[in-house]
Design a protein around this ligand. Structure first.
Ligand code: UN1
Length: 513
C-alpha cells in the first residue's frame, strides 16, 4: 500500500504518529482506553487512538460552552469567512484526505475524493448561507405593532457519524452549525478514528490562524459509551446522529428524555423501480453503481430492483452481465470498482444475509463469497451478489450493509411497484426509471414514493449537497445538508414590538385597570 502514497498522505495531513483522540482545537488529550484502527484494504494497523475519558469529555464541554459565548457574537458572514478558509484548506488537502478515507474506510479512491468534494461543496453552500439566515416578518393584528422572527445560535451541537462517510457527514453538519453560530463536538465512528483526527487538525488550524478560541471544533473518540455522554448531556441542545436504526432509537430516546433535539439520519432500504419504458442502459449503470459502489455501504445504496415482468429477463440479464465486469480489489488501485467491507463483522453479516435469503426461498443468480489469496489478506473483500427474492422476506426488509442486491417482479400498474417500494420500514431514497411522464409523476405524487429522496431516471445514491438529505419512517425524519436544513441548528424566536403609547391586547381582549 505504500506504493499508493499512504505514508505521504499521512505526512501531509500531519497525522503520522498520532494517538491522542480528544481535542478542543490545538489542545489534545488522551486519558481513555486505546482503540486500534486497522485498514480493511490490507489489514494493517494504521494507528492506535486513545478514546475520550469522562475527564477529557468534561474538558471538551467546558471549552465548547465557553467558546460558544464568543463565537455566537461574531456576525454570521464573518463566521462564513472562517468556513470559506476551511473549504480552501480542504481543496488544498483533497488528495491526501481522499486517500486516507479510501485507506481507512475502504471505498475507492475516486469515491474518497468525491467525499472530500462534498465537504468542499457544503462549505461553499454555507458561506453563501451565512448571509441568508432569514426569518419572516409578519403583520401584527394590533395597530402600531411590528412582528418578525429571527434565528439565533443554538449552542453545542453533538455530531455522531458513521464509518461509511467518515468525513463528509461531519462537514454537512459542522459547516452549517458553524455559520449558524454553534460550536461542535464530534464523535466519529470508532472504525474510522483517523479520518476524524485528520479533519480536526484541518479545522483547528483555520480557527487558530484566525485567533479564535479553543472549543469551536471539538473531537471525542470511542464507541457508544462516549456517545452516551453527549446524548445524556443537557449542555448539548442538538444531537445529530447518522448510523443504524438500532443506534438511532437509543439516541432519540436519550435525547428526548431531556427534551433535547435530535437530527437522525438512519438506515435505508432503497429501491429502483424499472418500468416497461425504462432506458435499460441507464438502468444498469444506476443500479450497479448504486448496489456495489462503496461496496454497498452507503445508506443510499440500492438494495432492491423492482422490475416490470414484461422486461424482467432483459433487465436481469443486463445487470448480471454487468456484474461480470466488476473488478474487486485494493480501492486505491483505480482499475478496481469494488473495495473491501469495513471489517470482518461486516463480512459475517454479508454471509448471513446470503444464507438467510436462500433459507427464505430466494434464488441466488450472482454468487457471493469471500475472496482469499494475494491482495485479499484483510479478509474483508467480498463478491457483490444478486438474489431473486420477495419483498416480504425478513432479510429483504432488513438493511444489510453489503453489496447484496435483491431482484423482484411486479405486474400491472406502476402503483403495484410503488406499493412494494414503500413496503419497508425505512424511507430514505428511491428511484424510478421511466420515459413515461404519467408514471414518473405518479411516483412523485402524494400517493407515490414515501421516501425523503425520490429520483427519476437516476439511481438511489449520490445525492447532491444542495438538497435536504434524509428520510422518513425509521430513517429517522432528519434533514441535513442543503435547502433549509440549517434551521434545526438555530433557535427560533418570534418578536412583537409595540411602538405606540397604548397597550392593546391580542385577540381584542379588554382588560381595563
Ligand atoms: C450516507 O451514506 O450516509 O447520497 C450518505 C449519497 C451521498 C451521501 C450518502 N452523497 O450517496
Amino acid at each position: 500500500t505504500t506504493s499508493f502514497g499512504i505514508e505521504e498522505a499521512l505526512e501531509q495531513l500531519g497525522i503520522k504518529d498520532v494517538n491522542q483522540g480528544t481535542s478542543t482545537g490545538n489542545e489534545w488529550f488522551s486519558n481513555g482506553e486505546e482503540i486500534s484502527s486497522f485498514s480493511p484494504v490490507d489489514g494493517q494497523l494504521i494507528a492506535k487512538v486513545s478514546t475520550t475519558s469522562k475527564e477529557d469529555y468534561e474538558k471538551v464541554m467546558q471549552s465548547a460552552t465557553s467558546a460558544f459565548k464568543d463565537w455566537r457574537l461574531k456576525p454570521a458572514p464573518q463566521r462564513g469567512e472562517i468556513v470559506r478558509q476551511f473549504g480552501e484548506e480542504l481543496r488544498r488537502l483533497k488528495e491526501p484526505l481522499g486517500k486516507l478515507v479510501s485507506y481507512e474506510m475502504g471505498k475507492s479512491y475516486q469515491e474518497g475524493l468525491g467525499e472530500v468534494q462534498e465537504m468542499i461543496d457544503i462549505c461553499d453552500f454555507a458561506v453563501g448561507l451565512s448571509r441568508q439566515l432569514h426569518g419572516l416578518t409578519m403583520h401584527s393584528e394590533r395597530p402600531g405593532h411590528r412582528m418578525y422572527e429571527q434565528y439565533h445560535p443554538l449552542g453545542v451541537v453533538g455530531i455522531i457519524s458513521a464509518f461509511n462517510f467518515p468525513v463528509a457527514v461531519w462537514a454537512w453538519n459542522t459547516a452549517l452549525a458553524w455559520i449558524c453560530g454553534d460550536v461542535c463536538v464530534w464523535k466519529p465512528s470508532e472504525k474510522t478514528p483517523l479520518c476524524g483526527i485528520a479533519c480536526q487538525k484541518i479545522a483547528a488550524k483555520v480557527f487558530a490562524d484566525n485567533n479564535l478560541p479553543e472549543g469551536i471544533s471539538c473531537l471525542i473518540n470511542g464507541d457508544y459509551k462516549v456517545g452516551e455522554m453527549m446524548t445524556n448531556d443537557k449542555r448539548v441542545p442538538l444531537v445529530s446522529a447518522t448510523g443504524s436504526i438500532r443506534m438511532g432509537k437509543i439516541v432519540a430516546q436519550a435525547v428526548a428524555a431531556r427534551l433535547g433535539k435530535s437530527l437522525l439520519e438512519l438506515g435505508g432500504n432503497n429501491a429502483i423501480i424499472v418500468t416497461p419504458d425504462a432506458d435499460i442502459k441507464m438502468t444498469v449503470i444506476g443500479a450497479v453503481f448504486g448496489a456495489v459502489g462503496t461496496a454497498g455501504q452507503r445508506c443510499t445504496s440500492t438494495r432492491r430492483l423492482i422490475i416490470h415482468e414484461s422486461i424482467y429477463d432483459k433487465v436481469k440479464d443486463a445487470v448480471v452481465d454487468a456484474y461480470k465486469q466488476l473488478r474487486i480489489g485494493n480501492p486505491l488501485d483505480e482499475k478496481n470498482h469494488v473495495g473491501p467491507l469495513i471489517d470482518k463483522d461486516a463480512v459475517r453479516m454479508y454471509n448471513q444475509a446470503l444464507e438467510k435469503v436462500v433459507a427464505e426461498g430466494g434464488n441466488i443468480i450472482v454468487e457471493g463469497g469471500v475472496l482469499e489469496g494475494e491482495g485479499y489478506e484483510s479478509g474483508c473483500y467480498v463478491k457483490p451478489a444478486i438474489a431473486e427474492a420477495k419483498n416480504s422476506f425478513e432479510i429483504v426488509q432488513h438493511e444489510t450493509f453489503a453489496p447484496v442486491l435483491y431482484l423482484m417482479k411486479y405486474s400491472g400498474d406502476v402503483e403495484n411497484a410503488i406499493e412494494l417500494q414503500n413496503g419497508v420500514v425505512q424511507g430514505l431514497s428511491s428511484a424510478i426509471m421511466t420515459n413515461n411522464l404519467r408514471e414518473a409523476e405518479r411516483f412523485l405524487s402524494h400517493a407515490g414514493s414515501d421516501c425523503g429522496i425520490a429520483n427519476v431516471n437516476i439511481g438511489t445514491s449520490g445525492a447532491e449537497i444542495g438538497g435536504a438529505f434524509g428520510g422518513e419512517k425509521e430513517t429517522g425524519g432528519g434533514r441535513e445538508s442543503g435547502s433549509d436544513a440549517w434551521k434545526i441548528y438555530m433557535r427560533r424566536q418570534t418578536n412583537t414590538i409595540n411602538y405606540t403609547t397604548e397597550l392593546p391586547l391580542a385577540q381584542g381582549i379588554k382588560f381595563d385597570l
